[in-house]
Design a binder for this molecule. Structure first.
Ligand code: ASP
Length: 377
């Protein structure tokens, strides 16, 4: 049986339940009673969790799911899944071959949370390590800290025995950065204001010309899972916004923004415009909504509404007066119900936005449930 449900069906279903029981389905401050062994395991992720295989047989979500049902630790299973995407040079939004910053340097962000152990770790602006999710887990397991960034994160990784590479660009990511650089810097320098506008316009032109897919300009993988005992964990890993200001850190490694897990209630993580998510700490907001009894779908929608309300700067609005970017959330609750939600259901080229799901029925893409119609354009 599919645990994700169409939004309209859910509202009708929950209204009927409310009438029958005299209780609103959205008002239930109780911890859901979960019998150990009774949950149907499931893994959800951004779409690249289904599409990327790094030349191997399995994608991220099936790798994680197969390990979870074998009884492996949920977080270790998810991290092994996202490692496939981090290593895949075809995914230019994560790990090796990720999009570099404005100076052409790949800087990676990641965090992870272990629901049952109530532990977390993260790294920001880490250079030279292909799989930052592993370093994030080491921050969690081997230090008293939750987040280490920049040069210190690299020193920490080196001390933990990771190979530090000079350059994580693939030929593809380097070529695209050069193309962007030529567009914004024909005479070496523009005044800072013009430069910011020029940088964004150059990127938008490259999306329109089909040189860079919109989902790779932003682009990340978030992956969350639950096992039969109701153990919930999550991990997020990214190269961040393409051609960002060096050392810019987005939402991905920030607990409560790019990821939040409460082992008693659920997990939520994000891809898309990090600044919009950071402003509302939306993954935390989603898990808090689930704590109050909301279904993952309604909890995700509440976060998207918050983002829409908080987007008032003209430069961030499209001609309809709505956000000119998208943000997506992937959500699982303690009962194993899940949802994927997005500000806009269509990419700028009109493609439906999807997310990855793997359960007993295998790995597949499902439509993200949109808050707003059309695309962000
Ligand atoms: N959220 C990431 C960031 O802002 C990028 C993305 O997911 O598109 O760094």
């Amino acid at each position: 049986m599919k645990n994700s449900i169409n939004r309209r069906k859910f509202i009708i279903g929950s209204t009927a339940m409310g009438i029958a029981s005299g209780v609103s389905a959205n008002v239930n401050a109780q911890t859901p009673m979960v019998k150990k062994g009774s949950i149907k395991p499931v893994v959800v992720a951004s779409g690249n969790g289904h599409t990327m295989k790094n030349g191997g047989k399995f994608n991220c979500v099936e790798t994680a799911f197969n390990k979870i049902v074998k009884g492996d630790d949920v977080l270790d299973s998810l991290i092994e899944g996202v490692n496939i995407v981090e290593l895949d040079p075809l995914d230019a939004s994560v790990g090796y071959g990720g999009r570099p910053n404005a100076n052409g340097i790949v800087q990676l962000d990641s965090c992870c949370m272990h629901g049952p152990k109530k532990q977390a770790g993260g790294v920001g602006a880490l250079e030279g390590v292909r799989m930052p999710s592993l370093v994030a887990r080491d921050v969690m397991k081997k230090t008293d800290h939750h987040l280490i960034v920049g040069k210190g994160a690299q020193d920490f990784a080196r001390n933990m025995g990771y190979e530090i590479e000079d350059d994580l660009n693939s030929d593809r990511s380097r070529k695209m950065w050069l193309d962007w650089k030529r567009r914004i810097d024909p005479e070496h320098y523009l005044d800072p204001e013009k430069r910011e506008v020029a940088g964004r316009n150059a990127a938008m032109d490259m999306i329109k010309e089909g040189i860079i897919p919109e989902d790779e300009y932003y682009g990340t993988i978030n992956c969350n899972g639950i096992n039969a005992n109701g153990d919930i964990c999550g991990v997020t890993t990214t190269s961040g916004l393409a051609w960002k200001i060096p050392s810019r850190v987005g939402d991905s490694p920030i607990l409560g923004a790019g990821l939040y897990v409460d082992g008693n209630y659920g997990a939520a993580g994000s891809t898309g415009r990090g600044e919009a998510n950071l402003y509302g700490l939306c993954s935390f907001l989603i898990v808090e909504e689930m704590r109050r009894g909301s279904h993952p779908l309604d909890a995700g929608m509440a976060a998207l509404k918050r983002i829409q309300e908080n987007t008032i700067e003209k430069r961030l609005l499209n001609e309809r007066g709505l956000p000119n970017f998208s943000v997506n959330f992937y959500v699982i609750d303690k009962q194993g119900r899940y949802a994927g939600v997005t500000l806009y259901g269509e990419s700028s080229s009109g493609e439906p936005r999807k997310y990855a799901v793997c359960d007993e029925n295998g790995s597949r893409l499902e439509d993200l449930e949109p808050l707003l119609s059309g695309s962000s354009a």
